[in-house]
Design a protein around this ligand. Sequence first.
Ligand code: ADP
Ligand code: MG
Ligand code: MG
Length: 354
Amino acid sequence: SKLNVALIFGGKSGEHEVSLSSTASIYKHIDKNKYNVFTIGITKDGRWMYYEGSEENIKNGQWENLANKNVEINLIPVGNREVGIKFEDGRFEKIDVLFPVLHGPYGEDGKIQGLFEISQIPYVGCGVLASSVGMDKLVCKKVFSQMGLPQVNYTYTTKIVFNNNTEEELNKIERELDYPVFVKPANLGSSVGISKATNRKELLNGINEALKFDSRIVLEQGVDAREIEVSVLGNEEVKASIAGEIKPAKDFYDYEDKYINGASTYEIPAKISDADMENIRKMAVDAFKGIDGKGLSRVDFFIDRKSGEIFINEINTLPGFTNISMYPKMWEVTGLEYSNLIDKLIELAIDSKK
Ligand code: ADP
Ligand code: MG
Ligand code: MG
C-alpha cells in the first residue's frame, strides 16, 4: 500500500520562496505510484494551511489564497485525538512520513524537528541537534574547529556589543582579519544578509545590514577560492556524492545568482585532483557525522586559488531542491536519479525511527 507523505513547505524564513521552488520540484519528481502526497504550507507569519493543488501555485505563492483553512493538521498527540490530517468531510489521513522542504530559520534549524519528534512521526533529514548546529554558523565553526576541520579565520560580534562599542568592534575585526571580510548573520542561508566588505565603511554597513536578520554576526576572512560542494546521504552508513563546483557569475554566490537569474554555472564532477576529491568527500562525511547528521546534507568547501588549501565553508542540513539545485544534481551524476533519491530519503526517515 502507498505511504502517506506530507511535504511541509514555505515557512517563516527569509528563504520562504526558495522552499516554494524546492517543493514544486520535489512534488514533480516524487513517485506518485508509491506515495500519497499531502502538501502543507506555512505562511511567512507562521500559519499552517493545507493546500492541495498544483505545483505551479506552490511555486508562485498562490497556494496561500487557495489553501483550505478548515483542514485540521494535528501533529501533537493530545488525548484521544489522532495525529494526522482531518478533512472537512471527516476523512482522516494519518501521516507516515513528514518531509520538511524548508530552508533557514524555523525549518532547517531544529525547531520544526522538535515538533516532529513530539508528533512521533518519522521525518526526512537531520534531527534537532544536527539541524541547530548546522544552521548556526558560529556554533558550527566551533564544532568543526574542535574536529580539526580546516576553516578560514573568523571572529564575531553581537548586536548589543556592536551597537554599544561600534568603533572598538570595528577595530577588533580589522585587527583579526584582512579585507575583504565576509559579513554573515549567524542563522540564515541562501546568502540572505551576507555581504563582502572591502573597507571599514562597507564593514559597518554590512554589519548593520546583517543585524536586520540576526543579533549574532559572523565575520570571516574572505578568500579568493573555488567553491566545491558535496551531497551527503545516510544515517549510520553515510555516502558522499561526487563533488561539484559552483562558478558564481558575480563577485560571490549571492541570493540572486542562486535563485533568481541563475547566472552561475556549475561543473559536476568538479575538475579537481583525485586527492582533493577524495579528501573533500571524506571531510564532508566527517562533518556530517560530527554534528550527528541524519538523512541528508550538502557540505560546501573552498579551495584557495593561490595556495590550493581546502577549507570547509558550511553544512546545509536541508539544501536547496529546486530544479537548478546542486544537491539532487550531484546525486544524479553519482548515479542516483532524483525520484530514487526521494525514495532513499523517505526510507532513511523510516529506518531512523526503528
Ligand atoms: P549561505 O549559508 O547563505 O549559503 P555562505 O557562508 O555559503 O552562506 O556564503 C554565501 C556565499 O558567499 C558563498 O557561496 C561564497 O560565494 C561567498 N563567501 C562566503 N564566505 C566567504 C569567504 N570567507 N571567502 C570568500 N567567499 C565567501
Ligand atoms: Mg548555508
Ligand atoms: Mg552557502
